[in-house]
Design a protein around this ligand. Structure first.
Ligand SMILES: [Zn+2]
Length: 249
């Protein structure tokens, strides 16, 4: 059976000081024991990534394939930890990240390095990565956003960032201008259909996993992060929403 372990969970919040940038990172273990990492997080997640993998008994060299859902900083920044791994990215995101319209110069730099990566696999259409693991192209958030489909489960990246996007709260402002950043609204809506049809569980880019219910979709857990201060104090920050979801059933 294919297993999914969340290495770092996604969080939907923003702060008065800007984006938190905490995207979800998942480990997929195939029936033959192959280890596949879905996204690599932001630079602020870099110190946590390897220790968290180690908790699962995983070294970077154990990862055969890294799938980058898209090339935003909070999902693709740490791909260079996995220099021995196959790196899967969609051609449209690579081109976009290198263009004048790309997200930020830092990513363009990293993507140039990525283009020279010996085991880079640039995909242009839906394809089977391994038996039971299908990569699907779901543009909208970015032109080359990709998701991983395992039977009725989909790891979405930011093609579905959070539960509200499934309720029809579709981002409409241009990319880089705020939390509702989006490359193309029409493509985004079309991709939502592709992601949700035939799916019972979604792993969003910035939220807890969502389970299909009779009324729509409900989060499996309340997204939580810890806050730590220099004097040793700490605090748990938990988002709790008590109403059910509807839409895109
Ligand atoms: Zn993104």
């Amino acid at each position: 059976m294919i297993a999914i372990d969340t290495i770092l969970s996604g969080f939907p919040g923003w702060t008065s000081r800007g984006a938190l940038g905490w995207g979800a990172i998942h480990l997929v273990t195939t029936e033959t024991g192959e280890k596949i990492l879905f996204d690599t997080g932001a630079t602020n997640q870099r110190p946590s990534l390897l220790p968290k993998l180690k908790e699962h008994g995983i070294l970077p060299s154990d990862i055969s394939t890294v799938i980058l859902s898209h090339l935003h900083f909070d999902h693709a920044s740490n791909w260079d930890y996995f220099i021995g791994s196959e790196i899967v990215v969609h051609a449209s995101d690579l081109e976009w990240a290198l263009s004048a319209h790309g997200p930020v110069s830092e990513l363009a730099f990293r993507s140039k390095a990525m283009r020279e990566h010996a085991k880079l696999r640039v995909i242009t259409e839906d394809c089977d990565l391994k038996p039971g693991l299908r990569i699907i192209h779901v543009p909208g958030h970015t032109p080359g956003s990709i998701a991983l489909k395992l039977d009725r489960i989909v790891i979405c990246g930011d093609a579905v960032k959070n539960r509200w996007e499934l309720q029809g709260d579709v981002p409409t402002v241009p990319a880089s201008s705020g939390p509702k950043s989006l490359w193309n609204a029409q493509a985004f809506i079309k991709s939502l259909e592709k992601l949700t049809s035939g799916a019972d569980k979604l792993y969003p880019g910035h939220d807890s996993p969502l389970l299909r219910t009779r009324g729509g979709w409900e989060p499996e857990a309340d997204p939580t992060v810890g806050l730590f201060f220099p004097n040793g104090q700490s605090q748990e920050l938990k988002f709790i929403e008590d109403k059910g979801l509807s839409g895109h059933s």
